[in-house]
Design a protein around this ligand. Structure first.
Ligand code: GLP
Length: 261
């Protein structure tokens, strides 16, 4: 079972994630982080940036792999995930941009971009800690419902719901790309630790399906049930449809001193 941690709000989740990353980096200065975009992980990146500044930690050797990218928008576009990762992660954390990879969404070479990304992850020794959000369709990365549970990095077609949800970052929905390139569910399963974050009522169904539903490609988030070390950090609203919520609280409140996220 994944460990379910119910917190007051996104800021409290951010503190937990930032501390977990700092412990990892203290052990392994060139640790490999899996980086999610979207609004959900922002509080984690912000908490980490604050701690890094206060404790004068150097993240210059930490390596990173983004989960996904749009296909066919220029990398300089402010909403390309390369731009988003630079702005929200690399710069505030003082990471070395050359050590942070984002799938190549350029149309030229798109057929081989997935395989190249997989090779780069393997060459780095795999991802130590993968941060994940979850979409309302249940997608993780951009693995929409129906994605193979053992899929690797490849192109996908976004659902209309995901395009509508992401239209807020663009001037109009017509500008939201139709295709993306994303780490697969199999890629995500290879990471050594998964940290899935979700806040707000709109994520409650997706979280209940991911944590307590059957493992099925129809709910890509449910792939976390196959992982030996998955942590799900949610606020009360996102946890509100979990049937076994009392047990999860009990497990967290009675954890051993030596247990970390
Ligand atoms: C996008 C990203 C996902 C993210 C999801 C949820 O589609 N590709 O990685 O988890 O949106 O976004 P948000 O965190 O803004 O709700």
């Amino acid at each position: 079972m994944a460990e379910i941690v119910i917190v007051q709000n996104a800021d409290a989740a951010g503190e937990l994630v930032a501390d977990a990353i700092l412990r990892l980096v203290a052990r392994t200065p060139d640790a490999v982080l899996g980086l999610a975009t979207g609004s959900t992980p922002l509080s984690s990146y912000q908490a980490l940036a604050a701690k890094v500044a206060a404790q004068r930690v150097d993240l210059g050797s930490v390596r990173g792999f983004a989960l996904d990218e749009y296909v066919g928008i220029p990398v300089e576009h402010p909403e390309s995930y390369r731009s988003v990762i630079n702005r929200e992660v690399v710069q505030p954390l003082g990471m070395n941009p050359e050590l942070v990879h984002v799938p190549n969404g350029a149309l030229d070479g798109i057929q081989t971009a997935g395989d190249e990304y997989e090779a780069a992850i393997l060459a780095a020794g795999g991802i130590d800690l993968q941060i994940l959000g979850i979409g309302r369709t249940g997608h993780v990365g951009f693995n929409e419902p129906g994605s193979s549970l053992s899929s690797l990095t490849r192109t996908k077609t976004l659902t209309e719901q995901t395009r509508i949800d992401n239209a807020r970052f663009f001037d109009s929905i017509d500008e939201v790309p139709v295709h993306c390139i994303t780490q697969g569910l199999g890629t995500i399963l290879r990471a050594r630790h998964l940290v899935l974050l979700a806040f707000g009522e709109a994520k409650a169904d997706a979280i209940a399906a991911a944590v307590e539903g059957p493992v099925t490609a129809s709910q890509p988030g449910s792939v976390i049930q196959l992982h030996p070390h998955a942590t799900v950090i949610v606020d009360e609203a996102a946890a509100s449809k979990l049937a076994n919520i009392d047990y999860y609280r009990h497990v967290w409140n009675t954890r051993f001193d030596w247990e970390e996220l």
